[in-house]
Design a protein around this ligand. Structure first.
Ligand code: DGL
Length: 286
């Protein structure tokens, strides 16, 4: 396409035809925009419903049962909004609720997980630090994933409970964020690490601050690209990929943004969403 991704997002936000089936993407908050952003790169000819459950964020400090109930609410919303697939753009919600939701809903559900497997493969024998929310770190799903790939016992898990709250306040690179991360990392000999896994979608907003603190050769990795690759695979196998290649040029594709069920329509809200996409675009190559 000959318009930039950011121009495209601006042009298509809240402009859509009502027919056609949507891809639903949701998170407790703004972290999920990481996956929407990646989906817009890889699947530009689709219609999206983006849902941030901001009234109930953060999920990561809640109990498993609380998160299951919240995810169920969002899934019902997605089912009522004509979704052909749903991406759980939240590692915490995937860990706590994806399997249960798959038993309950017939819509294909693709959930993001911490990218532990590629991190172990690419760390060349150095240690791997997986940063995530407290609930993700507690859940069996992550522990089982680590057991499966960490033969050499190189993986450490670190809960960062406050980072999601910083992100939801729009505070991405303040002195307080930097101090919080420096304190959290002070227990680790960072020179021993090859990979930092961003195991929460909100953490992508902080890559510049992580970069400041980590030794240069520690690489950051997250599961968003793999998750959208899985979405492409699922849609292809069901013959449900958006096929109108001219759709972008015709303004025929779009994103509708919802905050806990309320559609964002105000310019000030949509401008904020645009700034979040801009920040993620900057963070992509760090
Ligand atoms: N963004 C979510 C994740 O990937 C968690 C955010 C939260 O704690 O609400 O885990």
């Amino acid at each position: 396409m000959n318009i930039s991704l950011l121009q495209w997002i601006e042009r298509n936000t809240n402009r859509r035809k009502d027919e056609g089936m949507n891809i639903g993407i949701f998170d407790s908050g703004i972290g999920g925009i990481t996956l929407l952003h990646q989906a817009l790169v890889m699947l530009p000819n689709e219609k999206y419903i983006f849902y941030a459950d901001t009234d109930n964020a953060p999920y990561g400090t809640k109990s498993r049962d609380q998160v299951i109930a919240l995810v169920d609410n969002v899934m019902r919303f997605m089912a009522e909004h004509d979704c052909k697939a749903v991406v759980i753009a939240c590692n915490t919600a995937t860990a706590a609720a994806a399997e249960i939701m798959r038993q309950k809903y017939s819509i294909p559900i693709i959930g993001i997980e911490p990218a532990v497997k590629p991190a172990v493969r690419e760390s060349h024998g150095k240690r791997v630090l997986v940063a995530a929310t407290p609930l993700t770190v507690r859940e069996e799903k992550l522990k089982n994933l680590v057991k499966l790939v960490d033969d050499a016992h190189l993986v450490d898990l670190l809960a960062l409970p406050k980072l999601v709250e910083f992100a939801e306040r729009g505070e991405f690179s303040s002195a307080a964020v930097e101090q919080y991360l420096r304190d959290a990392f002070s227990f680790y000999e960072l020179a021993q690490y090859g990979e930092l896994v961003l195991g929460c979608t909100h953490f992508n907003y902080f890559k510049d601050t992580f970069r400041k603190i980590l030794p240069n050769d520690v690489h950051m990795i997250d599961g968003s690209e793999g998750t959208i690759r899985q979405l492409v695979h699922v849609l292809k196998s069901r013959n449900q990929l958006g096929t109108d290649c001219a759709a972008v040029a015709k303004n025929d594709t779009s994103v509708r943004y919802f905050s806990s069920g309320r559609e964002l329509k105000e310019k000030v809200e949509l401008d904020y969403v645009k700034r979040l996409h801009e920040r993620l675009e900057k963070m992509r190559n760090l």
